[in-house]
Design a protein around this ligand. Structure first.
Ligand SMILES: [Zn+2]
Length: 123
């Protein structure tokens, strides 16, 4: 699995660059909860009750859409997902893939199952 090592090295380099760029701390105003609308990027987001499981939900005043604090699993970046699919094809477990890429096992599972459901499986 030489390709895997090379790819991971490349990804690590890319991430380092991103980290350096995005190192500025965002200062929050008092009273602001710092939630940005994931749909339109607006900061006009208000608290909008809680889910039965206790997670806070928010409502965007700008576009009217709702979002939930802490989604149950992280949405994977496209490149990570591609890599995860390859690893899966190599017979790696969801847990192992998660540890390598920095996601939870559930995240890997959900993202992969979503992806494979979307793409029509050729018979
Ligand atoms: Zn919005």
């Amino acid at each position: 699995m030489k390709w895997l090592v090379l790819m991971l090295q490349e990804m690590e380099e890319a991430r380092k660059k991103v980290r350096l760029k995005g190192n500025k701390k965002v200062r929050r105003k008092k009273g602001e909860h710092g939630v940005v609308c994931r749909w339109c990027g607006s900061r006009e987001v208000v608290k909008n009750g809680k889910k039965p499981d206790g997670r806070q939900t928010y409502l965007c005043k700008e576009c009217g859409r709702r979002m939930v604090e802490k989604p149950k699993y992280k949405r994977m970046r496209e490149e990570d997902l591609k890599l995860a699919l390859k690893m899966r094809a190599e017979g790696m477990s969801y847990g192992a893939i998660g540890r390598v890429l920095g996601y939870s096992e559930a995240a890997i599972r959900m993202n992969i199952s979503k992806k494979t459901l979307k793409t029509p499986s050729g018979t």
